[in-house]
Design a protein around this ligand. Structure first.
Ligand code: NOJ
Length: 519
């Protein structure tokens, strides 16, 4: 396990929308380099950058055309190397986004593979044996290629699945995992990883990591064996490199070799969503139905929904990897859609004081809004969470010098659109709250990723939620009323939002408060 992960706090950047340094309307690598000091001052010491590789951008870059080439709209390979070098000088690690499950349709491998009689890459993708043979249980496309077969997709139509084999092949066209061509696909992906690790990156966030091996791999033994093999390569040749999976099942992912996994799960009612987004979106991207997210002031949230899920994975993984909680990401609706800045601050209090390695999505530190926009680059409802970063008042809120109609996505048009500049001047802003929380996390060894969590109070229908990490007690009351709970520990208050105290063996939390005590 790379030691640096224990103290890591990640900042996720959607490169399209962070800072446009060359005035063409879209963010770029130079823009990220220019903002490294902003990121470190915020309290983050690691980056995850969404795919920045050559792509037709039908899924915002998750459709890679060349794993070894930076998309020209963001700069050149040398700019990415410069970013690694500049980040390293400032103590910032950089994870790239690896998309191993599929490529773009116009990746040269697929173009060759789709020919009537491919010479190379015949089995780089999964093809059935006849133009009318369908693939039961898998997404597939027929009638598009010269090749008289049907191919398997991994996500959108534009993302043909790479062939890592089938755990239990049940048709002649389904190759076993140890087929030479499937092993070659795996080696090609390892080579892409080595290419960027040699160039100076610190590891990868891995897209749809659980999706690689097909054919009855429900328990993921095949996909896990594949990742264990990749992890051995890292342990041997790049022991400081980290891999964090989009698997949403830390118990499986960490056994499979990942250093960390996101606790996500997109459906209403999952442990993570029950904290923050306990609703569905309707066709106009409005939150629909009763919202009992734990962090709503007026909600009827129950922390045990989260804990049931979290503690299961925590117990399974605490000695071998970490769970990542996120404020948001490029696929999730921004919290500001349904939560007030105060509700968000309390949520950040918890997210940044839990074990594991937290991720802050760009713009969540100032409470950027979710904008209801037409789809862009396969974003659909996600587009509203991908708008340009709001730096300061004035043209394009400081994101770009391009004419507004040339921007990748429009900036928040509201007169009170939050900006970094305004929030820096306001001591009680969300931005300054995030800075204070991350400062506390960095200063307190007990708040690192390590597994030292003890739940002190998490009862049905009762607040506050209280937990302990080593010598620190942390309590949160998201609701509007004052609540109290008995507590054995005595403590000195280190940090608080709202009014709260521990006295005479009672923890008293006024409405919407959060506190951290040293005991
Ligand atoms: C998960 C990524 O986060 C998402 O943005 C993408 O559309 C799919 N995987 C497909 O790669």
């Amino acid at each position: 396990m790379p030691a640096w992960l224990d103290n890591a706090v990640f900042y996720e950047i959607y490169p399209q929308s962070f800072l446009d340094a060359n005035g063409d309307g879209i963010g770029d690598l130079e823009g990220i380099i220019q903002k490294l000091d902003y990121i470190t001052e915020l309290g983050c010491n690691a980056l995850w950058i969404n795919p920045c590789f050559d792509s037709p951008f039908k899924d915002a870059g998750y459709d890679v055309r060349d794993y070894r080439k930076v998309a020209p709209r963001y700069g050149a390979n040398d700019d990415l190397k410069r970013l690694f070098a500049e980040a390293r000088k400032k103590g910032v690690k950089v994870l790239l986004d690896l998309v191993p499950g599929h490529t773009a349709e116009d990746h040269p491998w697929f173009i060759e593979s789709a020919k009537a009689h491919p010479v190379r890459y015949k089995n780089r993708y999964i093809w059935t044996d006849h133009c009318f043979t369908r693939a039961e249980g898998l997404g597939f496309i027929g009638g598009e290629a010269e090749r008289a077969s049907v191919y398997i997709t991994n996500f959108f139509k534009c993302q043909p699945a790479l062939n890592y084999g089938f755990l239990k092949p049940s048709e002649p066209w389904q190759l076993p995992m140890d087929h030479r061509d499937c092993l070659e696909t795996r080696e090609a992906m390892k080579e892409a990883m080595r290419f960027w690790l040699d160039a100076g990156c610190d590891g990868f966030r891995v897209d749809m990591a659980a999706s690689l091996v097909k054919g009855d791999d429900e328990e993921k033994s095949g996909t896990s064996a594949l990742w264990q093999d990749i992890r051995s390569m890292l342990d041997k040749d790049y022991p400081e490199a980290a891999i964090v999976s989009e698997w949403s099942n830390p118990s499986q992912a960490i056994k499979a070799g990942f250093h960390g996994d996101f606790l996500l799960a997109f459906f209403k009612g999952s442990g993570y969503q029950s904290l923050l987004r306990d609703y569905r979106l309707d066709e106009y991207n409005r939150a629909e139905g009763e919202d009992n997210s734990f962090f709503r002031k007026d909600g009827n949230g129950d922390i045990r929904r989260f804990l049931k899920d979290y503690l299961f994975h925590y117990e399974n993984t605490k000695d071998s990897g970490f769970i990542s909680l996120v404020t948001g990401n490029h696929d999730l609706v921004r919290l500001r859609h349904t939560l007030s800045p105060k509700e968000m601050a309390l949520a950040y209090g918890m997210i940044f004081t839990m074990p594991g390695v937290p991720f802050l999505y760009y713009g969540d530190e100032i409470g950027m809004r979710y904008l209801n926009l037409p789809t862009k680059e396969g974003g659909y409802y996600r587009t509203g969470s991908r708008t340009p970063m709001q730096w300061k008042a004035g043209a394009n809120l400081g994101f770009s010098g391009a004419p507004p109609d040339k921007l990748y996505l429009p900036v928040d048009p509201a007169a009170d659109a939050p900006t970094v500049e305004a929030q820096e001047k306001d001591g009680s802003s969300l931005l300054n709250t995030v800075k204070a929380l991350l400062k506390l996390r960095r200063a307190e060894p007990d708040l690192r990723a390590k597994p030292n969590l003890e739940i002190l109070c998490a009862e049905k229908g009762k607040l506050p939620f209280i937990y302990k990490r080593g010598s620190l007690v942390i309590a949160v009351n998201p609701r509007g009323e004052t609540v109290t709970a008995p507590i054995q520990e005595r403590g000195t208050l280190l940090y608080s939002l709202g009014k709260c105290g521990i006295d005479n063996q009672v923890c008293r939390m006024e409405g919407q408060s959060f506190g951290v005590w040293r005991i």
